[in-house]
Design a protein around this ligand. Structure first.
Ligand code: PEP
Ligand code: MN
Length: 356
């Protein structure tokens, strides 16, 4: 259930509703927007007489949220959520945020070189994989703990927040001490134990969509992050498998940019796109980055290498730092143009959802 307060509701009216919910032993999550307050209920709803709540002062409406991912739905939190990472605001109408760096951390020197270059190109957050999810056991598996140390040192040396992927719940405690954002990758999107353990750290979670996940499934698993008390959710469309196994694709995955405005409509959390894994091809990263920003993405995750031919993983999709610079420049222009022309997605997001 969600309780929508009237725009004119006073603080004491809001407090009385919250008290009523809490005294019945339920959780009341309060979202105070610019125009109105919405109170979400978590717990056994049979314990509260909602007809009575509906007649309380300042209450506009009480309604049932139909979707399975109600805690992250717009009905529950009507206004865009801003997630802050070391002072960098992500989401709502903030300028796009760029997460860039190599697929894998290969050495301190490699990460420092690339990190410095992506910072100079305008990237905000440094990425690098230490524990890599690989299809083949014979491929480079990542430097593990040593890579994590490099990420932490380079992040400090360059003054950049960092993100790295976490593959197993066993590593959550260790990895969360060394990085600012925990990434849960496409292959682990359905991993309930990992999601819950990562969520409980309270750190921002960069939660990628599984390549075979429907949006409803994706959001239902993202729901687990918030259900475990963590509202620092960053979503990311990273490409899905082309439908039908016999369809021969020109790309590694299909970057589903429909997902960007759909996610923005369904949930108030920031939405990223990853054109590197989404295409698997360096020559497509620039055009698909533009498309992602134009479709309403709050940021991009991009793999960059200064010597792509020598990269130990995903060299074919790594762009050069100077290409990243072009992407960031163009993205900022696009963002500004779209904002100034009142983007269709932002007005749709505001008006398109019954109670929002
Ligand atoms: C990555 O970001 O390095 C990665 C492996 O991504 P994904 O989980 O989307 O494949
Ligand atoms: Mn990669």
């Amino acid at each position: 259930m969600s309780i929508v307060m009237k725009p004119t509701a006073t603080k004491s009216e809001i407090d009385q509703v919250i008290e009523k919910i809490r005294s019945a032993g339920l959780r009341a999550d309060v979202s105070s927007g610019e125009f109105q307050t919405v109170i979400g209920i978590v717990g056994d709803e049979k314990k509260v007489d909602f007809d009575q709540v509906k007649s309380m002062g300042g209450v506009l409406d009480v309604f049932r949220i139909q979707v399975p991912y109600r805690l992250i739905s717009r009905s529950y939190i009507p206004e865009d959520v801003v997630v802050k990472v070391k002072g960098i605001p992500i989401g709502r109408d903030n300028p796009p945020v760029f997460i860039a760096g190599p697929c894998s951390i290969e050495s301190y020197e490699q990460l420092f070189r690339i990190g410095k270059a992506v910072k100079e190109a305008g990237a905000n957050i440094l990425r690098g994989g230490a524990f890599k999810p690989r299809t083949s056991v014979h491929s480079f598996q990542g430097l593990g703990m040593e890579g994590l140390d490099h990420l932490e040192s380079v992040g400090k040396d360059l003054g950049m927040p960092t993100v790295t992927e976490i593959r197993s719940e066993v590593d959550v405690e260790l990895i969360s001490k060394h990085t600012d954002i925990l990434q849960i990758g496409a292959r682990n999107m359905f991993n309930q134990d990992l999601i819950e353990a990562a969520a409980k750290t309270g750190k921002p979670i960069f939660f990628k969509r599984g390549f075979s996940a429907q949006i409803d499934e994706y959001l239902s698993f993202a729901e687990r992050i918030v259900a475990n008390g963590n509202r620092n959710v960053l979503l990311c469309e990273r490409g899905i498998m082309p439908l039908g196994g016999s369809f021969k694709s020109q790309t590694r995955f299909t970057l589903d940019l429909n997902a960007v405005p759909v996610l923005r409509k369904e949930t108030p959390f920031p939405v990223f796109a990853d054109p590197s894994h989404g295409t698997g091809r360096r020559d497509l990263v620039i055009p698909m980055s533009r498309a992602a920003i134009a479709s309403g993405a709050h940021g991009l995750m991009i793999e960059v290498h200064d010597r792509p031919q020598e990269a130990l993983s995903d060299g074919a999709q790594a762009i050069l730092p100077r290409d990243l610079e072009r992407i960031i420049k163009t993205s900022n222009v696009l963002y500004k143009t779209i904002r100034e022309s009142e983007s269709p997605f932002s007005s749709d997001v505001k008006n398109g959802n019954g109670h929002a």
